[in-house]
Write a protein that binds this ligand. Structure first.
Ligand code: NAD
Ligand code: UDP
Length: 314
């Protein structure tokens, strides 16, 4: 049986990944310090006989007893609202946390998957973004704590591959949404969902003509598993190329919730990327993977989830 460590296990993607790995027969060790994650996300996994949970900050020395065949390093602050609040924690988890988990992978001779981000492309000057685009990131900008921590993470992952022969994977994840996101996550889909369901105005930042491309969590987990099982040691974009303006997204959420909500424009956060869309040719060719959940179907499930959370008084 294959035994793997998932860091960031109590988070949105980490908890879904743990569930999927358990379904596929893996033994899973989950690790999280719950800075943004929640134990309730692991309700399914916690009862599983092949799952154990360690509450631990991955920027500190990591000790895991027994063999490990793989490590999925997802621990990070991931929402712009959270990483603006915790810039140093964000830098530390991307730098020190990635270093510690790579050291553990080397010690255990485990395969290593690093979850990077479309933010390595910054405010891109080419659209869509292929993997060989080098990006447009301001190293001293307001988003740099996240962008640069992930760029450093990619770099040190490559270092361990080159210097120690570690078997590595790098996923560049584009905007992903679905059940288990926090209502107070601050990213656009939880914000719009909560506002529409409560009949409040939807806060569109700037003129709303900036674009994002939203991938459903089930597709993303499939992509991460396909990458892990592949032999591709270079970065691969994972995301859904269905690009929308933020205005379109707001209208869709209002329409789908039958909400009487209007739209309130607020200031665009500084250096908010103008466009973002993954070129997923490499994932299609080398992983035989592409997303299949439409935005409307994915939002139906996600809006139900947020409605339940609100009904429960969150
Ligand atoms: P999330 O905030 O829901 O989950 C991240 C988890 O990491 C949280 O449970 C948090 O408590 C944990 N964590 C943070 N610092 C830690 C530390 N020092 N030690 C231990 N645990 C720590 O975010 P998510 O959306 O599930 O993102 C998961 C990963 O995917 C992140 O690395 C993120 O950068 C990456 N990613 C996500 C998206 C997306 O749209 N969801 C896009 C690009 C990249
Ligand atoms: N956004 C918005 N209203 C909100 C939250 C976000 O208009 O209440 C915009 C934000 O300015 C950005 C896009 O939605 O252009 C996506 O933001 P998010 O925080 O989800 O993630 P990002 O892709 O910027 O990392």
């Amino acid at each position: 049986m294959s035994r793997v460590l998932v860091t960031g296990a109590a988070g949105f993607l980490g908890s879904h990944l743990c569930d999927a790995l358990l379904r596929d027969g893996f033994e899973v060790v989950g690790m999280d310090n719950r800075v943004s994650g929640r134990a309730t996300n692991l309700e399914e996994s916690l009862h599983h006989e092949r799952f154990t949970f360690h509450e631990h900050d991955v920027t500190e020395f990591i000790h895991v007893k027994g063999e490990l065949d793989g490590i999925f390093h997802l621990a990070s602050l991931a929402s712009p609202v959270f990483y603006r609040e915790y810039p140093i924690k964000t830098l530390k988890v991307g730098a020190l946390g990635t270093h510690k988990t790579l050291g553990l992978a080397k010690e255990k001779e485990a395969k290593y998957l690093f979850t990077s981000t479309s933010e390595v492309y910054g405010d891109p000057e080419v659209n869509p973004q292929p993997e060989d685009y080098r990006g447009n990131v301001d190293p001293y900008g307001p988003r740099s704590c996240y962008d640069e921590s992930k760029r450093y993470g990619e770099s040190i992952t490559r270092g361990y591959r080159d210097k120690h022969g570690l078997d590595v994977r790098v996923a560049r994840i584009f905007n992903t949404y679905g059940p288990r996101m926090r209502l107070d996550d601050g990213r656009v889909i939880p914000n719009f969902a909560k506002q529409a369901l409560l009949g409040e105005e939807l806060t569109v930042y700037g003129d709303g003509e900036q674009t994002r491309s939203f991938c459903h969590v089930d597709d993303m987990i499939g992509g991460l598993m396909a990458l892990y099982e592949s032999d591709v040691q270079t970065p691969v974009n994972l995301g859904n190329p269905d690009e929308r303006t933020i205005n379109e997204l707001a209208e869709l959420v209002i329409d789908m919730t039958d909400s009487g909500s209007g739209i309130a424009h607020e200031a665009l956060p500084p250096q908010d990327p103008q466009v973002r869309r993954p070129d997923i040719s490499k994932a299609r060719t080398e992983l035989d993977w592409e997303p299949s959940v439409s935005l409307r179907d994915g939002l139906t499930e996600t809006l139900d989830f947020f409605q339940t959370r609100l009904d429960e008084g969150e």
